[in-house]
Structure formats: structure tokens, C-alpha cells
Design a protein. Structure first.
Length: 182
């Protein structure tokens, strides 16, 4: 839809319950359902409706790399022809050490890069070794690129659509939050 749907009070409660992440269990929707006192099928259907209604744009994983022992990361930016960008991006994304890979518009003439990927490693040398491996296997040696190592970590989280359930105000008070989140 052109305009996201307006969530019902139940959908707002569901958004608040999942916005901080899904439980890392074999049946995460079932665990959310138990917390909310509904069925697993209702949670899945509620999320599907929110996705189809344009309220939820996407679901993804926030990798907290420091907690996993990866102390260094670099965003590698590539200048790839528009015709090859999708194919090259798919090849880069296949590497297990690449946690993000996406396209953006160039900002000519200052910024010619249109393909971005994040590579994590235990140290700077490991990141550079992984980049060399990726570059060789994908045949990207001739492409212009920059390697941008992170200097600090920002708070990592997904989109917030509502106040967390424990702190949730009355359902009608969430409408302004939801309008800005969409």
C-alpha cells in the first residue's frame, strides 16, 4: 500500500512484544505467543498482516559482533557497474564473514561507490585477509574500492514501533509513535 495501514490495538501490542528481537529458541513465535496469551498462529498471522500492510518493512538480524569475539570490522565500498551490481552483491553476500551487503546510489562526483559490504574479523589483519579472499574468489581485483574500518560502535537495534510492553501507555497514545515510525 502507498500508506501503511493503521495497526489495531492488538497489532500494536504485537509490535511492542517483538521490536526488541525474537527469542533465540527453536519456536520464537510460540514463545512470543505465550507471553501475549495468544496462539503461535495468531502471532504469525499478525506479523504477516503488518508486513503486507506496510507497517513492518523487513525483518533482519542485528549482529552484536563484539559479543561474538569479533573486535574489528570494516565497511568495504565498491564502484560496480549498475549492470553487474546485483550479481556481484549476491556473490559477496555468500561469504559467511559478510554480515551486510547492499546497494546505494552514488553521489557523483564525490562518492562513486554503489555496493557496500561489512566484513568482521577478530583483528584488522583477519579482516584484510578475508577481503583478499573475497576479492580473489569474486574476481573483483580491478574494481575501485575503499576499506573503511570502524572506530567505534553505535547502539545496535532494529526499528522501534511502540513502547515496550512493560512500559506501554494506553493503545491510543501509541498512534503518534507509529505514524513517525512508518
Amino acid at each position: 500500500p502507498a500508506q501503511p495501514m493503521r495497526p489495531t490495538p492488538w497489532q500494536r501490542e504485537l509490535l511492542a512484544a517483538v521490536q526488541e528481537g525474537f527469542p533465540l529458541t527453536p519456536r520464537p513465535f510460540q514463545e512470543v505467543a505465550q507471553r501475549l496469551g495468544v496462539s503461535e498462529a495468531q502471532v504469525i498471522e499478525g506479523l504477516r498482516a503488518l508486513r503486507e500492510g506496510g507497517v513492518i518493512k523487513r525483518a533482519g538480524v542485528v549482529v552484536r559482533h563484539l559479543e561474538l569475539g569479533y573486535r574489528t570490522n570494516a565497511m568495504v565500498v565498491w564502484d560496480v557497474s549498475d549492470e553487474q551490481a546485483a550479481c556481484v552483491g549476491q556473490a559477496i553476500a555468500e561469504f559467511e564473514f559478510v554480515t551486510l551487503c547492499y546497494r546505494r546510489k552514488r553521489v557523483a562526483p564525490r562518492w562513486p561507490y554503489n555496493l557496500y559490504c561489512m566484513i568482521h574479523g577478530r583483528d584488522r589483519e583477519e579482516v584484510l585477509q578475508r577481503l583478499a579472499l573475497l576479492t580473489a574468489r569474486c574476481g573483483l581485483e580491478s574494481l575501485p574500492r575503499e576499506v573503511l574500518f570502524s572506530r567505534r560502535r553505535f547502539k545496535q537495534r532494529g526499528a522501534w514501533y511502540a513502547a515496550p510492553v512493560a512500559d506501554a501507555p494506553p493503545a491510543d497514545a501509541l498512534a503518534p509513535i507509529l505514524e513517525h515510525a512508518a
